[in-house]
Ligand binder design. Sequence first.
Ligand code: FMN
Length: 288
Amino acid sequence: MKILGMVCSFRKMGNTEIAVKAGLTGAQEAGAYVAMMRLTDYKIEPCRGCMTCVFKKAPCPIQDQAHQVYNTLLEYDGLILGAPTYILGPTGLLKTLLDRGMGFMYGYGRRLEGRPALSMATAGIPGWETYALPLNALFLRALGYTIVDQFMVYGQGPGEAVYHQETLERAREKGRAMVEQISQGKVEYLGEEGPTSCPYCHNSLLLLGSSATVKCPNCGIVGNIKTTAKGISVEWAPTPDRWTEEEVIRHFEYQVLPSGPKFIERRREIRERTAPFRQFSPPSPGKE
Ligand SMILES: Cc1cc2nc3c(=O)[nH]c(=O)nc-3n(C[C@H](O)[C@H](O)[C@H](O)COP(=O)(O)O)c2cc1C
């Protein structure tokens, strides 16, 4: 069994590396072969929106190292993800990688489906990490991983995470648990569930709708807010989780693929109607 650690921070021996290594230690203790990838060691360009991966179900034509990163993910039975919080959310590197992963989400099949992942986000200041875990969860769920646990690891200066031994111990314990879950063929969430957490990504960052309804922005499921003696809770309606294999395929086949022929049919009209925008070319600062 092989477990991969993915460090999304540039800082060597920073808090993210420490958190990921704590998780990998547990996985190794449970008998797994472990390896650690620093995402900053790979050249990953932004997606160019050509849609080759979806419309042609072909590999992305950009010749960089995103392919190598995804092929590495495929080689490992589980993932320990660590991303630093930059301006309230994970570093953009993670989103850049995810945008390049649409082929894995649909084009070449969801080959990461059901593999376990431990998600950790590092941050300097409690309360300044709103999108960190929810966006880590988006990365993982979009690629088909099942989250085993997710939590913050605090530390401002590089290495200061060592002052949070309990959290590092949690990482180690969950690294170990992940390996045991794979051996037993039962991968499931072991973290704390709050009364308002989404049952799929397990986050409580929710969109508030009218008439006391909420929606999980990651998973798309909806629910009703209930007031109980203990406070509020969410009663989730049986709406589909958008990241199941079935829903992902449905999304691409019924919502994305038909946009291709529709665009071709309207191409001439679009060209005519976009003429004023083509003719208007403001200067690009520094590029004239
Ligand atoms: C550009 C930048 C933005 C940051 N923004 C936040 C933030 O919004 N909230 C926070 O709590 N910490 C923030 N931090 C602090 C880091 O999240 C923190 O130092 C973390 O431990 C870094 O992980 P590392 O040591 O693995 O690089 C920021 C750091 C940098 C460099």
